[in-house]
Design a binder for this molecule. Sequence first.
Ligand code: HEC
Length: 113
Amino acid sequence: MNKRYLVYFALAVVAVTSPAWSAEDPIQALYNQKCASCHGKDGKGTASMAKMFKVDIALLDLTDKATLDKKDDVLDGITAKGVAKMPGYETKLKPEQIKALTAYFRSLAKPKR
Ligand code: HEC
């Protein structure tokens, strides 16, 4: 291998494995992977899913007052057990992860309050 390519290769390895390149917080990553398809990356709900589930998008909005007014354990319980058309996650997520997700979507609402 040409020396110059070797340098590029080494740089590429450093770039891909360096933590600065995968700075996403793990709970944010979990939310984006498990919840964002229905609730949106911004927590406001996705119109396409509201349509598919035939629910008002307000039900998918995790940043509205109706959601934020609920206590943390109520919201944790909904994520664990599911509600109506929402699947439960108690077999897929640990209780600490569920709590962290509740805190995470609450944080999505903050700047707008
Ligand atoms: C397949 C779509 C879907 C996914 C994925 C999903 N949800 Fe939901 N979620 C819903 C629907 C639909 C509702 C509204 C249910 C109802 O009240 O009719 C809901 C409601 C909720 C509520 C209740 C909001 C309120 O105001 O009472 C919480 C909390 C919630 N989801 C959290 C989560 C979390 C956390 C995740 C990821 C682990 C998640 N959801 C993933 C569809 C989904």
